[in-house]
Every structure is written in structure tokens, then in C-alpha cells.
Design a protein. Structure first.
Length: 385
């Protein structure tokens, strides 16, 4: 196998967020001899807004930071307005998913719909060969010419999970210069400083870039309004009320505002969110144990898996660990059925499951439903059924 960065000189469009990772990635691409042009994506509903603390991105300050970095690197720089596309494909999708009782991942959606769809399509139309980003992941080209997406050399910084939505065509035009970096973030910042990049000491942005203050519940409340509903236990007994079921996620423990203590005195967690009757169900942590799931809209990073069940490892959240699974395609390849070797917790519809074969990303799918391990009280009824 060989690395995806071809020896020939490529025309590269470097997506520059205004942060340190994308600036160093653009600098490395230029240093490798490629013809690099920097572009900052104006994604904010109000691009003239200023950064709140250091949590957001896509503000006028970020575009200025990206421009200054491009000037230091010595590459052309442009700002492209994709705010409307971002609002439709990422922000509105995020709101709709929470309204439906699901837990979305906007970073995956942005990579799928914006950076490696809208941006990539425009780049190819303008004659560029590849889009370069500051993600920590690797594209490897096999001897037969097929491409594979792999975890970054440094697992502590690996971001392959949020790239699991990329297909073979997108991988063919993706460049991740930081993927082979076996260094700490401090060393990346030191490299930026050596290169004279002003962003060397700039704090990292928040995970959800369009919620600058980090208040997801407040963001949703402004758009969906308040709707009082019941918080109940597994038997249906009302324990309290809430202002909107969208403000909860599966596995949540804090902020439940339940005045009645559990019979066993132990904490309770969100087990289910029902937007139909605006009800949130809570219970003990053991009731979160998931043994299997079904997922829809599978996307394969390169070649699809062979037919029949196979063993993989799976990652269920951006900063989560791996767990062993058996997975198999069903319903004509439109559904993925996954069984866990050991039960896992905090699995919510709307999340992405990303499958791995060693360090290779096989693909991803969106979780549609889960099967939970029966509790002691439920087991006799299930056996009788």
C-alpha cells in the first residue's frame, strides 16, 4: 500500500476554518509541493458576528484568522458563502432530529453534505484535484488502486469516526496531511508557531460549531419552543415534568429535575424519548444495556463488506471507544443489523455507528432502533412470550 498523497503536483483546495489544525494542514500540503489555495467557508447565519468566548467558529474573526494564515503560508485565499446550504443540510437537520426524539451528529452531517459534497463539487468544477482538511485520519491507496480510510497514527487525536460517511468518490479527492502525525496537540501548536502562524495559540472550537455558547437545550428551545411533558419511570408512574422532550438524550443523568428518589436510592438515567406524547422515560443504568441495533442508510468507505455476518469493531460516538460486534446487511442492503459481543450503554437512535476492520473504516450507518437486555422483571414475560 501507498499513501494517498500522489507524487505528482496536485491542485489542492484547503478548507481553512481559522483554527490551528487546518492551517498546519494547508502549510504541509504547500510544503509538499502542491498548488494550494485556501478557502474559508462562511457557514454562520450571521457571518459578521463575533466569536463568543472561544467555543464557536465560522465568525468574521475566524475568517480573518484563516486569511492571515494563508498570507503567511503564501497561498491564495477566498471566502465562500455556504451558509444557506449549511443551514438546510446541517442546522435544520439537527433541529428536526432532536424534535423527532433522536440524537444527531452534526459533524458527520457537515462532512457528508458540506465539506465533501458542496465544497468538493465546487472544487472539482473549478479544476481542483483534492480538498484538504485538518482532520486526523489517513487515506491509503492499495496496490489495485482502491482507496481506504484508516484511523490516524495517533489514536488520541483520531477523527475517522466523523469521516465514516465518506464514499469512494469522496475519498479519491480527500487529503488529510495530519493523519500520519504521531505528535501531541502541543507539538502541532509548536509547529504552527515555527511556521509563524498566528493561530498557534488559538483555543479549539466547540464540537457544535453553530452553538457558540454550548447551550444546546437553549438553542433548541428558541427554535422549537417549550412544551411541558411528563417524566415517568418504567412503570409509567409520573415523577416530574420537563419543558420539552428535545432537551434530553438517551443515557442522560444530570438535569432530570426529579424530586422523587428512586426506590433503590440510585441515580436514574434517560431510557426513552417519545416525541409523540412528549414523554421522557427514566430508569436504572442497567436498563440502558443494549445488545443489538438496526441502522439505516449505510455508507461504505471504499469497497462494501462481503455478504453475510462478519466480525468488526464499532465506534458509537466521536470520542468513544471501540467494541466488538457482528454485523450483517439486510433488507436488500439498505439496513445494517448489529449484535454486540458485550452490552453497551447510551446508544441512541440518530447516532452513527462506524464499523472498523482493524484501523480501516469499513463504513457507517444511522442507528434507527436498539434492542435492550431484559431486566430481571422482564425476563419471565419474555420467556413466556
Amino acid at each position: 500500500m501507498t499513501d494517498a498523497a500522489a507524487p505528482r503536483r496536485l491542485r489542492v483546495l484547503a478548507a481553512m476554518s481559522g483554527g490551528v489544525d487546518s492551517a498546519v494542514a494547508a502549510a504541509r500540503a504547500a510544503e509538499a509541493g502542491h498548488d494550494v489555495t485556501g478557502v474559508h467557508l462562511a457557514l454562520s447565519e450571521n457571518p459578521k458576528s463575533f466569536r463568543t468566548g472561544a467555543r464557536g467558529c465560522c465568525t468574521i474573526e475566524d475568517s480573518h484568522d484563516a486569511r492571515r494564515a494563508a498570507d503567511v503560508i503564501g497561498i491564495p485565499f477566498y471566502v465562500w458563502d455556504l451558509a444557506e446550504r449549511f443551514r438546510e443540510d446541517v442546522v435544520e437537520d439537527f433541529i428536526a432530529e432532536y424534535e423527532a426524539g433522536r440524537t444527531p451528529n452534526p459533524c458527520l452531517r457537515c462532512n457528508e453534505k458540506i465539506k465533501f459534497a458542496a465544497l468538493l463539487d465546487k472544487a472539482l468544477a473549478l479544476g481542483f484535484d483534492a480538498v484538504c482538511t485538518g482532520h486526523y485520519a489517513k487515506v491509503i491507496v492499495r496496490d489495485d488502486g482502491t482507496r481506504e480510510l484508516h484511523r490516524a497514527t495517533d489514536m488520541a487525536k483520531d477523527q475517522s469516526y466523523v469521516l465514516g460517511v465518506l464514499d469512494d468518490r469522496q475519498l479519491a479527492h480527500a487529503m488529510f496531511p495530519l493523519g500520519d502525525t504521531a505528535t501531541t496537540k502541543a507539538e502541532i501548536r509548536a509547529e504552527a508557531a515555527r511556521r509563524g502562524l498566528f493561530v498557534a495559540k488559538k483555543p479549539d472550537s466547540h464540537d457544535i460549531c453553530f452553538i457558540a455558547d454550548g447551550d444546546t437545550q437553549g438553542f433548541l428551545a428558541k427554535r422549537l419552543g417549550t412544551a411541558e411533558g411528563a417524566i415517568v419511570d418504567e412503570s409509567g408512574t409520573k415523577l416530574g415534568t420537563h419543558d420539552g422532550a428535545y432537551g434530553f438524550t438517551i443515557g442522560q443523568r444530570k438535569g432530570l429535575r426529579i424530586g422523587t428518589p428512586a426506590p433503590d436510592g440510585r441515580p436514574r438515567y434517560v431510557l426513552d424519548i417519545s416525541p409523540v406524547n412528549n414523554t421522557v422515560t427514566v430508569g436504572p443504568v442497567t436498563s440502558l444495556d443494549v445488545t443489538a441495533l438496526t441502522a439505516i442508510r449505510p455508507r461504505w468507505c471504499g469497497r462494501p463488506p462481503e455478504s453475510g455476518p462478519a466480525t468488526y469493531t464499532a465506534q458509537l460516538r466521536a470520542h468513544g471507544g471501540e467494541t466488538e460486534v457482528t454485523a450483517e446487511l439486510a433488507d436488500g442492503g439498505t439496513e445494517l443489523r448489529v449484535a454486540f459481543t458485550e452490552p453497551v450503554r447510551g446508544v441512541a437512535p440518530g447516532q452513527a455507528i462506524v464499523l472498523y476492520d482493524g484501523t480501516r473504516v469499513v463504513g457507517s450507518a444511522t442507528i434507527a432502533g436498539t434492542t435492550r437486555r431484559a431486566t430481571a422483571a422482564e425476563a419471565p414475560r419474555q420467556q413466556a412470550g
